[in-house]
Design a protein around this ligand. Structure first.
Ligand code: SF4
Length: 316
């Protein structure tokens, strides 16, 4: 279990019967597929702050910047109770080495975006953030977060999973004794993955690593982490991936035959046009890397960022 990625999860998505009506919102992809690589830490804010099951349903009311958590029928206000519990819970979670959190969408406690919030006339707008989700995100601004709805979108799912695997590698580096050599090694292996998120961050981080010996170690790690997390927050796009794939050809110099090069360029073009998924050019590139034993590319996480079974990079 130690090598698994630790993720917080809304307990109802994990299958716990904690919803207001005694049900759950089990998500089989999260438990059965992603669950093979993840150790979940389930959190149900409403149950853990002392509300029972079943209980009256709740909603957010008032100012989107500081909403109240009220029961729907009787209008009881649980805001203070939830806020007090949430502050303590996020502080406890600091010791769990989380690499991210998967929230239940549309919940006044756990929803991380576009939660319905009601005004005094009873009219709703999807502008709210659940009380616990907000406390969590404010406490852990660098951690990858997503909700179950977002994870049904192939691009958001891919981005989130790529980030948690990335985060796990970063945490593993932080667990070792700090050294410039380890940081440079980490950067070297993750370079193309960073480039697929942001050319700007890739350049800035490259310059930072080049000056590594002139920067105090602690500052170096801190600055690197800030740039890294900034890069990961930016989503990869087809255009960015095309840039990375084209960049990779340059590592073969004259080793690729003109037919192989032409084949690869054609596949990149098909990916660019949306005819084939990213998995196709990446698989072909992996084949060339093995065939010609290209030392730099074979170390790149870009070519193997997460287990195949998760079926990411598989959508055109
Ligand atoms: S959405 Fe959050 S508060 Fe509601 S049942 Fe699920 S975990 Fe509990």
């Amino acid at each position: 279990m130690e090598t698994r990625i630790k993720l917080g999860i809304s307990a109802c998505l994990f299958g716990e019967q904690v919803r207001y009506d005694g049900g759950h919102s089990l998500d089989r992809f999260l438990t059965d597929t992603l669950g093979k690589y993840v150790e979940y830490i389930p959190v149900c804010p409403e149950v853990e702050c002392g509300l029972g099951v079943p209980r009256e349903s709740m909603r957010l009311v008032g100012d989107p910047g500081a909403p109240r958590l009220m029961t729907t029928r009787t209008g009881r206000d649980y805001t203070e109770r939830m806020l007090k519990w949430a502050r303590k819970r996020v502080a406890d979670l600091e010791h769990r080495n989380l690499c991210g959190f998967i929230f239940k969408s549309n919940s006044p406690s756990s929803g991380m975006k576009r939660v319905k919030i009601y005004n005094e006339k009873g009219v709703s707008a999807k502008k709210g953030v659940g009380i616990f989700a907000r406390a969590f995100i404010e406490h852990f601004p660098l951690l990858p977060v997503e909700d179950d709805e977002g994870l049904h979108d192939p691009s958001l799912r891919e981005n989130f999973i790529q980030r948690i695997f990335f985060f796990k590698r970063w945490r593993a580096l932080l667990a070792q004794k700090k050294s410039r050599g380890s940081l440079v090694d980490f950067h070297t292996k993750n370079k193309l993955l960073i480039l697929s998120h942001s050319l700007k961050h890739h350049q800035t981080m490259g310059k930072l690593v080049t000056r590594a010996k002139d920067i105090p170690l602690r500052d170096l790690y801190e600055k690197y982490q800030n740039h890294l997390m900034g890069a990961l927050r930016l989503r990869t796009t087809i255009k960015k991936n095309v840039y990375v794939l084209q960049h990779m050809i340059s590592f073969f110099k004259k080793k690729l035959s003109s037919d192989e090069k032409q084949e690869f360029l054609e596949i990149i073009d098909q990916y660019h046009r949306g005819y084939v998924p990213l998995l196709v050019p990446v698989t072909l590139m992996n084949h060339y890397v093995r065939k010609y034993d290209q030392p730099y590319l074979k170390e790149q996480y870009y070519l193997d960022p997460h287990p195949m079974e998760l079926q990411l990079r598989n959508h055109a």
